[in-house]
Design a binder for this molecule. Structure first.
Ligand SMILES: [Zn+2]
Length: 504
């Protein structure tokens, strides 16, 4: 037996275990009885411990080194080696005590953050966050970096990405977005009825559910290789590309929560189902970064799901499902209602134009925290000042400001940029799809969503983790991380919607 089949077997075991962790996590978020929660936390922690043990096993390290020395590896085998070595190296470098300390600090901080948010009291959360930032700094130093701690953490979500590459793109984007937001928020409402489309109405949950299932199927999501359920926080998970599970949250006061939610998770789900069959149970059946995964959900949710062609087809269907609630609503009012730009306070409720400013804010603060230029105790004040500068609004409370996201409470630093990277990639990939598929929007307006799905499968999904994320995007679109397609997309769409000339 050569070293690769042995190595492949190890890779498959890791992937199987990862799938079972996915199953237990999915169940925790959907059907687990409340009293089973403490036991599930123990089960998950044991499973993750087992996964870690298998990953750092010195015998696996030897197999990897032996395989890497072979001259006859295929390019897929080389990619598998690269991905697994990357994951293993990161796991080996962090001392077990630090891993345990982080886990303890995370579970301690989470309930404190919930309480602090409820009481609108940042001081309550401050010591827990200070501890998490300190541990993350130590973790970054253990992982190693060339002087920028942020790089070591960013690498965990965006392999290959560096602050040096990312910062100029995000800062350039900021400079274009700030005047754009100003111009759009100063302009009159694009439709007088836009703010009243959903107001005071109730949208039956079962009918919403039916509509989301229809959307999923028409996007090409295979419900025999996955399923849809309900959960408070929508997500996509599962155990294997033939068992992809996504969830949706139904809000009877506003059907768009579930609709955009399912289009978003459907984009993630299609990616997960689309990995090449020969890569299943190997490290290649995965996305190369969180950002590129997010590019798929946002391409569907925003570039398709908030577009005119999409609603030209789906609005009449939605209206037929809710004749009493939407019967008197004009398609133009509906389109404006789902695309209103406001000086948003809350990231997850932000529109496409303001959203990335929320990310830039968090990115700059995280950089300063990790570099030691900003003390945790000073966060609320700096947050509010920057919100005023970026979005022209000051949060009325920390609950609607610095305490709004769960990420920091979980010690997650370095993750936020993935959302904006996803938005930028989504526009670049969509522009490439339009070049490759003449008449795309016309076909979308007839409800032919599968044209786009097939293109994404062929150009992105199949390849899984064969390349770095930016390399994959460059391979498909001829360019990597850039804001040009995204900014151009926003300009064209919002100039038409608001009837104004946006600054260039
Ligand atoms: Zn997502």
């Amino acid at each position: 037996m050569t070293s690769f089949p042995k190595l492949l077997q190890r890779m498959q075991e890791l992937k199987d275990l990862y799938g079972i962790i996915g199953l237990a996590t999915w169940d925790q978020e959907t059907y687990l009885p409340r009293k089973g929660e403490p036991a599930r936390a123990c089960q998950l922690s044991s499973l993750q411990g087992l996964y870690h043990e298998k990953l750092v096993d010195p015998a696996l390290g030897e197999l990897l080194e032996r395989a890497a020395a072979r001259p006859d590896l295929t390019s897929d085998e080389q990619a598998m080696l690269r991905v697994l070595r990357w994951e293993r190296d990161r796991a080996v470098r962090v001392p077990p005590e630090l891993v345990r300390e982080l886990a303890a600090a995370q579970s301690q901080a989470l309930p404190v953050w919930r309480e602090a948010r409820k009481l609108n009291d940042f001081a309550l959360f401050c010591p827990a966050l200070e501890r998490l930032v300190r541990i993350r700094r130590e973790q970054a130093d253990a992982l190693g970096h060339g002087g920028r701690r942020y790089d070591a953490l960013l690498e965990g979500y965006e392999p290959g990405m560096r602050v040096e590459r990312l910062s100029p793109v995000l800062l350039g984007l900021k400079e274009k977005l700030v005047p754009m937001v100003q111009a759009l928020c100063d302009a009159p409402e694009p439709h007088p009825m836009a703010s009243q489309v959903f107001e005071g109405k109730t949208f039956n949950g079962d009918r919403q559910w039916r509509f989301t299932q229809r959307l999923l199927e028409e996007m090409g999501f295979d419900l025999e290789a996955g399923r849809q359920d309900r959960s408070v926080h929508p997500f996509t998970g599962g155990t294997h590309p033939r068992d992809v599970r996504l969830t949706v949250r139904i809000d009877e006061a506003n059907p768009m929560t579930a609709l955009f939610g399912v289009i978003h998770e459907g984009g993630h789900g299609l990616y997960e189902q689309g990995y090449a069959e020969e890569h299943h149970r190997t490290p290649l059946a995965a996305a190369p970064s969180m950002g590129i995964h997010e590019s798929q959900s946002r391409l569907w949710e925003n570039l398709v799901g908030r577009s005119l062609p999409f609603w030209a087809h789906y609005f009449p269907i939605l209206r037929a499902e809710f004749p009493k609630e939407l019967g008197g609503v004009e398609p133009e009012a509906f389109y404006c209602a789902v695309n209103r730009v406001t000086r948003s306070l809350i990231r997850i409720e932000a529109d496409e134009v303001t959203y990335n400013l929320h990310i830039v804010l968090r990115y700059e603060l995280e950089l300063a925290l990790l570099d030691g230029e900003l003390a945790v105790a000073d966060l609320p004040g700096v947050w509010n000042e920057r919100m005023q500068a970026l979005l022209g609004v000051t949060p009325p409370s920390d609950e609607k400001g610095v305490l709004q996201d769960i990420h920091w409470a979980w010690g997650e630093l370095g993750y936020f940029p993935s959302y904006t990277i996803g938005n930028l990639y989504s526009a670049t990939l969509y522009a490439a799809a339009q070049r490759d598929l003449p008449g795309l929007e016309e076909r979308l307006s007839r409800g032919e969503l599968s044209v786009l799905t097939e293109w994404l499968r062929r150009r992105i999904h199949r390849d899984g983790h064969r390349r770095y994320a930016e390399e994959q995007v460059r391979h498909v679109a001829g360019k990597g991380l850039t804001d040009e397609d995204f900014v151009e997309y926003l300009r064209r769409k919002y100039e038409a919607l608001y009837g104004v000339q946006l600054p260039r």
